[in-house]
Design a protein around this ligand. Structure first.
Ligand SMILES: C[S@@+](CC[C@H](N)C(=O)[O-])C[C@H]1O[C@@H](n2cnc3c(N)ncnc32)[C@H](O)[C@@H]1O
Length: 273
């Protein structure tokens, strides 16, 4: 999936910014949450930074931060670099961030984890590379994302391809299982309205999502395409709707660090010695 995902985003890197309405809106909401959290923001990592929209806004809001942006797609990062030649971009897997323990005080990620093979062990890696008391703040798409497609006839729906959207409670469990302190998850829905079905599909495609598989066995005929189109039409609004379930996750690393004997001690105690 990783190679396919990376290709899909790389192919759409140059068109991504023109269609990323939801992604931009979610970035703003994430930033609004970050603003109200009193927390060190010196060394920040953005995971799945794409063309750098969130990174750019972060730099505008906090010009003094040391910001590193990672993404699997080199082409997405090239667009980011074109917009900001000073950006520190690293082509890397979100599942395996290539950084030393206790490097960052804040890790941010927006709408990326549903593209990854994510589990406790990945969150444990984020825990490790955070400094004591570090903050992890992320958004990810949840299972009600693109729920309108469920109105399609079953045999057609089966041919469509969606990410493995995980319920928010699982993210809460991942955070707890990887030792994070006080994790909080919540969600909201954002629904877009399109005047035509073709515009809806274009918006999906140009932001890297291919719901129609390239597998020949999953070929969508003209009549099936028409059936999908009819299923997604909302008579009440005369539009084609597309919903995103946005999950927000927040958690802190404990303010403890191992002493020489491997015992966990409060940072305050270490400073006193
Ligand atoms: C929907 S875009 C979001 C980009 C950006 N956060 C934004 O809000 O505009 C998802 C991004 O995740 C990246 N991505 C997908 N899987 C990844 C992985 N395993 N590791 C790192 N980045 C990944 C894609 O290349 C893409 O840039």
């Amino acid at each position: 999936m990783n190679k396919e995902t990376s290709n899909s985003f790389s192919k759409r890197a140059s068109s991504y910014d023109s269609q990323s309405y939801v992604q931009n809106d979610v970035n703003k909401r994430l930033l609004d949450r970050l603003k109200i959290i009193k927390h060190d923001k010196k060394n920040i990592l953005e995971v799945g930074s794409g063309t750098g929209c969130l990174s750019q806004n972060l730099k505008l809001k906090y010009p003094k931060i040391n910001l590193t942006s990672i993404d699997l797609s080199h082409e997405m990062l090239l667009i980011h670099k074109r917009k900001n030649p000073h950006a520190q971009c690293v082509t890397a897997h979100a599942e395996n961030p290539p950084f030393k323990d206790e490097t960052f005080d804040t890790i941010l990620s927006s709408l990326t984890f549903h593209w990854c093979d994510i589990d406790d062990s990945v969150f444990q890696k984020y825990y490790n590379i955070l400094k004591p008391s570090g903050l992890l703040l992320f958004t990810v798409a949840g299972p009600d994302t693109f729920k309108e497609f469920r109105k399609c006839p079953k045999e057609i729906y089966k041919k469509l391809r969606f990410n493995n959207f995980i319920d928010m409670h699982h993210y809460g469990d991942y955070l707890l299982n990887s030792n994070f302190k006080d994790p909080v998850v919540d969600n909201e829905q954002i629904t877009l309205e399109f005047s035509t079905f073709e515009k809806l599909l274009k918006s999906l495609r140009l932001t890297g999502t291919n719901i129609i598989s390239s597998n020949q066995n999953q070929f969508i005929s003209k009549s099936e395409y028409k059936a999908i189109k009819t299923s997604l039409y909302n008579n009440a609004t005369n539009t084609y709707e597309l919903t995103y379930e946005i999950i927000y996750g927040y958690a802190l690393k404990h303010s403890k660090t191992p002493d020489k004997t491997g015992k966990l001690v409060e940072i305050k105690e270490v400073k006193k010695d």
